[in-house]
Ligand binder design. Structure first.
Ligand code: ZN
Length: 194
């Protein structure tokens, strides 16, 4: 389990990335860390890309209804608009942001802010997703979480798209995706439950 470093003695902020496939518990882990920060009386701000409209517009919502309020933003530069006293920034579904988010989270660190980011590391083709490779490169701490492959029970790293759509961004949940291990992901359509 991730334990926070001794933030009291640090003058600059740092970046934590929580990555993995769909249904791996990324958002739950993000919420866990943000709630711990709140219990420690730290001022927390949460963002998500406004593209992600699967649930309530204003919430970071995970699959178990363990939700925190968030601010939807269209461009990553908007995360720089913050009250002075914010100490921790959480960002969910970060793979949907523009590439400038890599610079912008570092600007937050320069202000002494702890930045916790959660997102998909790979798209449905198994390719690195949007700004995630860059964010993983600049992060101080990386946590890769895994789902369970429903076909073989191994750890799942990939998000297999069950539906036929070809766009990189297709919002959906269990109706459109399932987590798979590398081997089952490679088998593609041969594996179905029907
Ligand atoms: Zn498998």
């Amino acid at each position: 389990m991730f334990l926070e470093p001794a933030f009291k003695s640090q003058r600059s902020g740092w970046i934590e990335v929580i990555c993995g496939s769909m249904f791996s518990g990324k958002t739950e882990e993000l919420i866990r860390r943000l709630k711990r920060a709140r219990f420690a009386n730290q001022k927390v701000q949460i963002f998500k890309p406004s593209k992600d409209t699967r649930y309530d517009e204003r919430q970071v919502v995970s699959h178990d209804d363990n939700a925190l309020l968030s601010t939807p933003v269209q461009h990553s530069s908007q995360i720089l608009i913050l009250p002075e006293d914010i100490q921790v920034v959480g960002i969910d579904e970060v793979q949907f942001f523009d590439l400038e988010i890599i610079k912008n989270v570092q600007k937050l660190c320069d202000r002494g802010i702890r930045v916790i980011i959660a997102g998909l590391d790979m798209d449905f083709r198994g390719e690195p997703f949007g700004p995630m490779p860059g964010l993983l490169a600049i992060a101080e701490y990386i946590t890769k979480v895994h789902a369970i492959c429903p076909h073989c029970g191994n750890l799942a790293t990939h998000s297999y798209r069950i539906s036929e759509e070809e766009d990189t961004i297709v919002l959906g949940e269990k109706d459109k995706y399932e987590p798979r291990c590398r081997a089952c992901f490679g088998m593609g359509k041969i594996l179905t439950f029907s």
